[in-house]
Design a protein around this ligand. Structure first.
Ligand SMILES: [Zn+2]
Length: 421
């Protein structure tokens, strides 16, 4: 399909003026060519009279190849979760890792996610899954201390080789990651930063997720906390996307802001793991830190559903502050679209504007959850009322992955559970 017209929909553009209007969106050869009220012709017309047309959602923290682990790591704190995960990681096969990544990618497409930022080893297999399924993957090869990894070889070299091999690919943008201060010494962080600078990639890390992480680290480092430490050694910078930052105090938030770090907030995962706090998203936003939304893994979430995370995150913050006005629906939607794209240094996605990639979803406004929706309440209804059952069409790079509520491919259906290990 070379040209598709989304006709007469409620368009949530997420452009710089955040315009919401009834009109048309034309995608030609994978790129958005026109948005507005004028008539346009195309090879395929999608009647959007009863649809919201909006940018695909962006999930900024996943471990997609853990999609088969749902229901296996429940009701335990992060320390036990990680111990169990490291054992499970050691048992994984290439086939299982690939298949689990396919499953997670399809789950995301089904719920309107068209791009995700991943952190894992074996990202070459996740790359193949992204290509086969047709989802945009920002894939960070995870690194950590040699004596704490199940990877063979030097983890930094593994990450560098992955970046070299996949640089310039259409759907996949490779990068490097670091698991966290609890399994990586300073030299891993600094070598990862050096690789990211050399290849111009992101560095994707876990940071200040639990109080235990922060206090254990501080105990072993003369009272210095993880964010302070990474600031002092010169690791923090604009290429860093830090997942969680739940336990960041106000001077640490200043370090995140000063160093132009992006934060991925994972409200559902944080709550399920009972981390005991809510990330200081209001203070981070006030100081100018980019805060986007991630799901985290199917082990700690247990879904990859950004819509659920948007609603839950909004409600958690409002309730914590005794103030429903402290964060608005439009700010939450920004986190899952334009703020996410700028966190990923991907200015070609995140909004519906001419020149951007054809990463577009539609939501069915005749679904009872969304009825009645108009231009005025569309953003509120997406954030507070919709769920993934409302996602009607999903397009990535100009190609449909879901049409009229039906996934076009569900390759996992005949796989046995043990084949995803
Ligand atoms: Zn994570």
């Amino acid at each position: 399909m070379t040209s598709v017209l989304f006709k007469n929909g409620i368009v949530i553009s997420q452009n710089s003026r955040r315009e919401v209007f009834r009109g048309n969106v034309l995608v030609n050869n994978g790129i958005i060519e026109y948005t507005g009220k004028e008539a346009r012709e195309a090879e395929e017309i999608v009647d959007c009279t009863h649809k919201i047309v909006m940018p695909g959602l962006i999930n900024t923290h996943t471990h997609v190849a853990m999609a088969h682990l749902k229901g296996q790591l429940d009701d335990m704190p992060l320390s036990s979760f990680l111990e169990k995960t490291f054992v499970l990681d050691g048992q994984r096969t290439e086939k299982g890792l690939y298949r689990s990544a396919v499953l997670g990618s399809v789950e995301m497409l089904n719920s309107g996610v068209t791009s995700f930022l991943d952190l894992y080893y074996g990202e070459d297999l996740v790359t193949k899954a992204c290509m086969d399924v047709g989802i945009r993957g920002f894939l960070s090869w995870n690194t950590l201390d040699q004596d704490k990894t199940t990877q063979s070889g030097d983890t930094i070299s593994n990450a560098e080789n992955f970046i070299k091999k996949h640089a310039g690919s259409d759907l996949v943008r490779p990068s490097i990651g670091v698991q966290g201060v609890y399994v990586a010494e300073d030299d891993i962080f600094m070598r990862a930063k050096e690789v990211s600078a050399r290849y111009g990639t992101l560095v994707h890390i876990h940071l200040a997720e639990t109080r235990e992480e922060v206090y254990n680290f501080a105990r072993g480092h003369g009272g210095e906390r993880p964010i302070e430490h990474l600031h002092r050694i010169g690791f923090l910078g604009s290429s860093v996307v830090a997942a969680h930052c739940v336990w960041a105090n106000s001077s640490e938030i200043s370090y995140l802001a000063k160093n132009d770090v992006s934060v991925s907030w994972n409200p559902v995962s944080n709550s399920k793991l009972g981390v005991g706090g809510i990330a200081p998203v209001i203070e981070m936003k006030q100081k100018g830190v980019r805060v986007s939304i991630g799901s985290d893994s199917s082990g700690s979430n247990n879904s990859l559903d950004v819509m659920q995370s948007m609603k839950m995150g909004a409600l958690m913050v409002k309730n914590q502050r005794w103030d429903p006005s402290v964060i608005r629906a439009s700010e939450i939607l920004d986190m899952a679209t334009v703020v996410a794209s700028s966190s990923l240094r991907a200015d070609d996605i995140g909004s519906i504007e001419p020149g951007k990639r054809g990463d577009i979803i539609t939501l069915d406004t005749q679904n009872p959850r969304l009825f009645p929706t108009n231009e005025e309440n569309a953003i509120s209804n997406v954030v507070y009322s919709a769920d993934s059952s409302c996602v009607s069409d999903v397009m990535v790079n100009g190609d449909f992955r879901k049409r009229s509520g039906i996934l076009l491919a569900m390759p996992y259906r005949d796989w046995k559970r043990e084949e995803l290990v």
